[in-house]
Design a protein around this ligand. Structure first.
Ligand SMILES: Cc1cc2nc3c(=O)[nH]c(=O)nc-3n(C[C@H](O)[C@H](O)[C@H](O)COP(=O)(O)OP(=O)(O)OC[C@H]3O[C@@H](n4cnc5c(N)ncnc54)[C@H](O)[C@@H]3O)c2cc1C
Length: 470
């Protein structure tokens, strides 16, 4: 039976794409590093439809690739180029907010809800859904959870995992695991939801989630600061933590990344001249308007300036300026795509080890690839630095040739992070692109246990095969 004959009766004509032109956007990842055309794209509208699709696919032994907003950076939502014919299961029609409960500080959203819409629904109820990052206008709740996404506010409210109260999941055999409760305490056996959070669609399809909300931010102070070194940035981080306010974002940005944003970003305005090797974007907040945040920020920055840890600073004077600072950070990934090919990493180390990590990574990379441009930017308050090596100005060749030229870069950086007690995969997941790193760095016993879990839940290996496992 063709895909159309098998699945159209389940999802209806609106829920299936088989025309190659319609399928094309689902056949390539955000970085254009992975391409594979599925036999069909299915767009179920309910958990029951997802379950029936999964059952029929299992009968035919057709692999399923769940897809959210397709902003993932590791090729997880694209079928395997040389794999068996697969279907992409797009969650975009499952986009209802099922419930917002301000008294409970919770929201129940379907997996296909765009993250920004969930932020908005929370805000309409006088609450905060705190996760925030550059792709929030496209990424979906299901993708956010399946990659255990982080972003700029992880240091205060945790990554996606920490925001989940309950999940609804379609298992690889088509059963619906209904754990969509908003209860805060439940020690009745294994917390199964944690298998699917960060599972990258290899153990089932998330169809809905009950998520924690926070009190709304009533005041925020944001600064764009020049610092002479990562070590100075770390001292500033300590001061901000002790400022008496809630530190909710602390981003460290190397000079090249800010020059890239200034050059390629439409409407981006740098708050201070780019006369420093490093910059920090920092935000403190309060859930009550009377907290003297401005004084706290000024006092903290003043002390840091006196100590030589800060050489220049601009404080946002309006909400528009505050958003302008965060727009620089959020638009940077798009700007960096325009600046040329990049060998990228996604490491985390203990916060105190960030300066050591950067010193080693910079000197080793410059030794081996002196023409590469160091692009270091990240959530320093979580120890999560995206350390990249961008092709030199005027690089004429394609992305692939730069990746070949920098062969060994990723391993080098990952090894430095791991040797400092860190991780080679901080917030983007593994997908296809970091499978070799799993082989190199993941504890073999942890890998064994992961394989046993996968075999127990998905014995035919039909849920997003070829992802995560080396
Ligand atoms: C400009 C930009 C900035 C970014 N910044 C950050 C950042 O600061 N922090 C960060 O953590 N990430 C960041 N990312 C990465 C990306 O946005 C996140 O990984 C995001 O969570 C992916 O969500 P998505 O809906 O696009 O998922 P997709 O890319 O569609 O899918 C990602 C993975 O999840 C699986 N999946 C998707 N939906 C489901 C589902 N319902 N059930 C089961 N599996 C599913 C897919 O199979 C795939 O393996 C950024 C990406 C871009 C493009």
């Amino acid at each position: 039976m063709s895909a159309l004959e098998t699945f159209e009766p389940v999802v209806g004509p609106k829920g299936i794409l088989t025309d190659p032109n319609d399928i094309a956007p689902y056949a390539v990842d955000w970085r254009s590093a992975y391409q594979a055309t599925p036999v069909a794209v299915l767009k179920p509208a309910t958990a029951e439809e997802v379950a029936e699709v999964v059952r029929r696919a299992a009968e035919q032994e057709t692999p399923i690739v769940p897809a959210g907003g397709r902003t993932g950076l590791c090729g997880g939502a694209v079928a395997l180029a040389n794999g068996p014919p697969s279907i992409v299961l797009s969650m975009e029609r499952m986009n209802k907010i099922r419930d917002v409960d301000a008294r409970d500080f919770s929201i129940v959203a379907e997996a296909g809800c765009v993250v920004q819409n969930v932020q908005q629904a929370a805000s309409d109820a006088g609450r905060l859904f705190p996760i925030q990052w550059g792709a929030q206008g496209t990424a979906q709740i299901g993708g956010m959870l399946s990659t255990n996404s982080g972003g700029i506010r992880t240091l205060r409210w945790g990554n996606a995992r920490e925001l989940v109260l309950g999940l609804e999941v379609v298992l690889p055999d088509g059963r619906i695991l209904d754990d969509l409760r908003r209860v805060r305490k439940d020690n009745s056996g294994y917390a199964l939801r944690h298998l699917f959070i960060g599972g990258e669609g290899t153990l089932g399809v998330i169809t809905a989630a009950a998520l924690r909300l926070q009190p709304e931010i009533k005041r925020a102070e944001t600064a764009f600061v020049a610092v002479p070194s990562p070590d100075a940035a770390l001292s500033l981080y300590g001061r901000m933590m002790e400022s008496g306010a809630e530190l909710i974002a602390f981003e460290l940005c190397g000079l090249h990344t800010m020059q890239t944003a200034e050059r390629f970003g439409a409407d981006l305005k740098m708050p201070i001249p780019l006369n420093s090797p490093w910059f920090v974007m920092v935000e403190i907040s309060a859930a009550h308007a009377s907290v003297p945040l401005r004084e706290m920020m000024e006092e903290t920055l003043g002390a840091a300036m006196e100590a030589g840890e800060v050489t220049d600073a601009a404080l946002a004077e309006s909400e528009a300026q505050r958003l302008g600072i965060w727009k620089i950070r959020e638009d940077y990934p798009e700007c960096s795509r325009m600046a040329g090919p990049m060998a990228a990493t996604d490491t985390a180390v203990p916060v105190s080890a960030v300066p050591e990590f950067l010193n080693r990574a910079i000197s080793k990379s410059q030794e081996r690839w002196p023409d590469g441009r160091i692009a270091a930017i990240g959530h320093a308050g979580d120890g999560n630095i995206h350390f990249g090596l961008q092709a030199p100005e005027g690089w004429q060749d394609d992305r692939q040739s730069w990746i070949e030229k920098t062969d060994g870069f990723e391993t080098l950086v990952n090894e430095i992070a791991v040797s400092l007690g860190g991780s080679f995969s901080a917030e983007h997941g593994i997908g296809q692109s970091k499978r070799h790193a799993m082989q190199a760095h993941k504890d073999p016993i942890a890998l064994d246990v992961m394989r046993e879990l996968k075999a127990a839940l998905d014995p035919k290996d039909l849920m997003n095969p070829g992802k995560v496992f080396p």
